[in-house]
Design a protein around this ligand. Sequence first.
Ligand code: PMP
Length: 315
Amino acid sequence: RCSLEDVVFSRGELSRYGNIELSPSSGVINYGQGLFEGLKAYRTANRQGYMLFRPEENARRMQHGAERMCMPSPSVEQFVHAVKQTVLANRRWVPPQGKGALYIRPLLIGSGPILGLAPAPEYTFLVYASPVGTYFKEGLAPINLVVQDAFHRAMPGGTGGVKTIANYAPVLKAQMDAKSKGFTDVLYLDAVHKRYLEEASSCNLFIVKDGVVATPATVGTILPGITRKSVIELARDRGYQVEERLVSIDDLMGADEVFCTGTAVVVAPVSTVTYQGQRYEFKTGQDTLSQTLHMALTSIQKGLAEDKKGWTVAI
Ligand code: PMP
């Protein structure tokens, strides 16, 4: 059965980071029945506490993913409570001034044993934290993407639109190949037409042409990023027209500016995209929309600007 609304999660507890016990026949190990989330807790400007960015959105995305994966999910309140408790338990860790954050990784896994292909009989929701710096080795410098025709990360009817652990398996080899050739990350095209842009391994994509912003629509094969949603709103607030639509590789070639968004990468300017051996260059640095949006977003996340939208949660 796939409807597990009547399942209740028992009260959780805090424990030291360490190995967990799992049945060898657990649903997650055998059939990839698992979801994760990623959030950052930023130190507030006065360095007294931490701030989370839109954690209810992560909770809702996990709930939505759980439906697709035949899993029960914690309530929004349970999710946010567990995340807050994890931050509190790690509050003594302070990132260096102006750098880094506490990365929070909630995981929902089919932990019960199941031999035949079916949803696991038991589930575990856990949250762990780790200090992080910038995601790409470039730091805040512009990144270089490559389109690799041989690899796709999602297909229509698949699980590309939810944050299931299995989505990251097809990406590993593509990413390692790209890195070995000196690229920062892979830019994926849709698997049917091999023409429409989807996203990079862990971030959403935006292009800017003549002041109009476009980003691939979330039609089931790309992850609906929380940073993506926030950046769309911030750009519209600043008077930009933002289109969520099919964005082709030809659109990208003619773009003035390209950037990626994600919790880990924040807003990362893209300086080059290589497609079929051809390198396309884009504007980065001063007076770019990505720089404006990076500033606008991080100011809210770090409590440096007034949070008029109620996006942050102080801890
Ligand atoms: N796409 C993929 C495949 C991702 O893993 C992520 C990171 N969660 C994103 C996009 C960006 O999503 P968010 O802005 O919610 O971090």
